[in-house]
Write a protein of this length. Structure first.
Length: 354
């Protein structure tokens, strides 16, 4: 083509102000050195990165949820390092169904259950009575998929206080169902058993209730015979010699007699304190409820302590008042002489999912 023709064609692309109209078509990409991209097309939704005098670079969005991050040299599309958000719920009483969350990308759940503590015994003034055993603790961490859309639960109540002379009341068991647990029969549940009621005797020394375990409830104190802690145990001594003995592990501590304090445990409940003319303290626990204190003719004792469960209630000697109740969750109630015994602390369920 002649130079005149080329000039006439170029004139067709100039507006009335003498500016070249690029929208009517240009040949080849404008190089970066002239302020262009160096590219004839740009991929939809990509991010442009400067590249000196070379054509611009492109960063694709990548996976949904990615963000643009720097590695110190350039930019890239990377996944967010998400810190799991832990959701928790505490169930304090009753029976019902719990619905699994339907929103959120949750993968795991930790189920913690505490049983109710036993109440302390009540006896006449100047006659010994003993503390109730603490409720046990149990826990499991499983994939959330092991739970059905809804699961049944029961929270055990604390043993009711005694207003008349008698053995304390056993704490209720706490359970939570796990429908889809592999290699287990349907109807599987995680369960913790309640503490036994404190014992009393008309004269002489009496014995406390046993702490609950994860396989069975603690036994009631019966006269001078201590209530045995709930299973499992590693006991190999005759039952009559087990006063104040701690089962350790997940079994409950045995009730104390007139000379020995309630037995202690790690996850089982502590045993209730015994009493004669003087009283002994309730057993301790790390996760389970602690045992309640005994009440003697001349003194009363404190309840045991627990790191993560409820503390045991203190006994009350020669008074028309009310002994101290066990704390929630699962503390055993204190014994009373002449008044009202302490109730056991109620059980509890804590659910944590992430």
């Amino acid at each position: 083509m002649t130079q005149a023709f080329n000039l006439s064609q170029l004139a067709n692309k100039v507006n009335s102000s003498g500016q070249l109209d690029a929208s009517t078509g240009l040949v080849n990409a404008t190089p970066a050195s002239n302020g262009g991209t160096g590219r004839t097309t740009l991929t939809a939704n990509n991010v442009l990165l400067g590249n000196g005098t070379s054509q611009v670079q492109l960063v694709a969005p990548g996976t949904s949820g990615n963000v643009l991050t720097s590695n110190g040299t350039t930019w890239q599309s990377t996944a967010i390092n998400v810190v799991p958000i832990i959701q928790t719920q505490t169930i304090s009483s009753g029976s019902g169904t719990w619905s699994k969350p339907t929103t959120g990308n949750y993968q795991w759940i930790k189920i913690e259950v505490w049983a109710g503590g036993g109440s302390g015994a009540r006896n006449a003034a100047a006659a010994s009575s003993c503390g109730g055993g603490g409720g046990a603790y149990n826990t499991i961490t499983i994939p959330l998929s092991y739970l059905a859309a809804s699961e049944n639960y029961t929270v055990g109540g604390g043993g009711a206080a005694r207003t008349t002379t008698g053995i304390g009341n056993v704490g209720g068991d706490t359970s939570f169902s796990i429908t889809n647990l592999p290699s287990k029969p349907s109807g599987t549940q995680i369960i913790a058993y309640g503490g036994g009621g404190g014992g009393f005797i008309a004269s002489g020394g009496s014995a406390g209730g046993g702490g609950g375990g994860i396989l069975s409830a603690g036994g009631n104190g019966a006269g001078s015979t201590p209530g045995l802690g709930g299973q499992p145990t590693y006991d190999f001594t005759p039952a009559a010699a087990l006063a104040g003995f701690g089962n350790g592990g997940f079994g409950g501590g045995n009730g104390g007699n007139s000379a020995d304090k309630g037995g202690s445990s790690y996850a089982g409940g502590g045993g209730g304190g015994g009493a004669s003319s003087t009283a002994t303290v309730g057993g301790n626990s790390v996760f389970g409820g602690a045992g309640g204190g005994g009440a003697g003719a001349t003194s009363a004792s404190a309840g045991g302590t627990s790191t993560f469960g409820g503390n045991g209630g203190a006994g009350l000697s020669n008074s028309t008042g009310t002994a101290t109740s066990g704390s929630v969750p699962g503390g055993g109630g204190g014994a009373s002489e002449g008044g009202t015994s302490g109730a056991g602390g109620a059980g509890q369920i804590v659910l944590s999912w992430w």
